[in-house]
Design a protein around this ligand. Structure first.
Ligand code: CP
Ligand code: NVA
Length: 305
């Protein structure tokens, strides 16, 4: 059987993704009830290549492997031959000889695809400049835990048409919900990714209008990793796109707020938004652990009911 990778949400079928969300909730409940007694990965190893910073992604993957009875290796380009120019494909072939799966956080999505094409073990996208699919597993899991099936619901993305926005677009396709995107002009998502989502996704310019009656609101930093020099210009462009309690008041009465974190209070969110009961961001962050356990289990062991 061909090796399955998880480079975007489109690598799994809608049915497989729905299964993963259900499975993540089951794994989470099992951990709460019985502690880390489910250890299907005895002696299995996940290599984790980080070319960008991380708190949640590193800790959740490393903890997932430890609790599953396996092991995770943290690899940074500073300390490996990747940083000294060893070709990506050669690294993929070498790691495939030793480990059971590879997780990569990097800049270029094409570079990740090159790695995956040469790898004979599953490769997981832990964020590229273009996508962050693991975050969406945790986000859809959180939305499902709090409000039931997301099918037919309406989410709103406020802010930059970035990697997270692209993964929200793919999530709307795969989980069958409506997505309104509200970006300042010049910061829209990739037109091809948007076009592929058809009528499930619409672009709006006015945050008040975008949020009206919505079931979920989400945003992200205005300047992503690698865009630090654009911070001042982006602060100007995104003025008026801050998510506040008052903006959320225009959404449905039971609306939720998500943020992948890290958050910049006073920029994309108000100083106090994360204290609002509609914000479920700590549950969302914690769900990275459970959602990625379900993903690793699926990629290494196949569908477990
Ligand atoms: N949300 C997220 O991926 O966080 P980290 O950058 O801390 O991994
Ligand atoms: N868009 C952000 C997400 C961080 C988890 C970034 O790429 O920096």
């Amino acid at each position: 059987m061909a090796t399955r990778h998880f480079l975007t949400l489109l690598d799994l079928t809608p049915d497989e993704l729905t299964h993963l969300i259900r499975r993540a909730i089951t794994i989470k409940n099992g951990l709460k009830t019985h502690g880390p007694t489910y250890t299907p990965f005895s002696n299995r190893t996940l290599a984790m290549i980080f070319e960008k910073s991380s708190t949640r992604t590193r800790v959740s993957f490393e903890t997932a492997m430890a609790q599953f009875g396996g092991h995770a290796l943290f690899l940074s380009p500073r300390d490996t031959q990747l940083g000294r120019g060893e070709p990506i494909a050669d690294t993929a072939r070498v790691l495939s000889e030793m480990v059971d799966a590879v997780m990569i956080r990097t800049f270029s999505h094409a570079g990740l695809e090159t790695f995956a094409a040469a790898s004979t073990v599953p490769v997981i996208n832990a964020l590229t400049d273009d996508y962050h699919p693991c975050q969406l597993l945790a986000d859809v899991m959180t939305w499902t835990e709090c409000r039931g099936s997301v099918r037919g619901k309406t989410a709103v993305w406020i802010g930059d048409g970035n990697n997270m926005c692209h993964s929200w677009i793919n999530a709307a396709r795969q989980f069958d919900f409506q997505l309104r995107i509200c970006c300042p002009e010049g910061y829209d998502p990739d037109p091809a990714i948007l076009a592929a989502a058809g009528e499930r996704v619409t672009i709006l310019r006015d945050p008040q209008q975008a949020v009206d009656g919505a079931d979920l609101v989400t945003t992200d930093v205005w300047a992503s990793m690698g865009q630090e020099e654009e911070q001042a210009r982006r602060e100007q462009a995104f003025r008026g796109f801050q998510v506040t309690e008052a903006l959320l008041d225009r959404a449905a009465g039971d609306a939720l707020f998500l943020h992948c974190l890290p958050a910049h209070r006073g920029e994309e969110i108000s100083e106090t938004l994360l204290d609002d009961p509609r914000a479920v961001v700590w549950q969302e962050a914690g769900n990275r652990l459970h959602a990625q356990k379900a993903l690793l289990e699926f990629l290494l062991l196949g569908r477990v009911e």
